[in-house]
Ligand binder design. Structure first.
Ligand SMILES: [Zn+2]
Length: 86
């Protein structure tokens, strides 16, 4: 076996780009270009933000939150407020 070869890695990356692009309604190549530029789509701000601004998320496949830290904080606050209101 060739050293450094990881089975299925490239394929899963491509599938990931296609899925992400489909969700945002953009071309996979556009999505890929953004990801390769170190950006990530923030589902809270509905915009591209640097990956450094995203916190970890254990349940996500790539281990990162779908919201940036600020959006996640805002979301958590809103969630707490709704929970308390019940
Ligand atoms: Zn954000």
């Amino acid at each position: 076996m060739t050293a450094g070869w990881k089975p299925g890695q490239r394929h899963s990356d491509d599938a990931c780009y296609r899925m992400g692009a489909l969700k945002l309604g953009i071309e996979p190549c556009e999505y890929r270009a953004k990801r390769e530029a170190g950006l990530r789509w923030c589902s809270g701000c509905h915009g591209w933000e640097p990956v450094e601004r995203f916190g970890p998320h254990i349940r996500m496949r790539d281990g990162l939150n779908t919201r940036c830290v600020e959006s996640a904080r805002e979301y958590a606050r809103e969630y707490q407020r709704r929970k308390r209101a019940r």
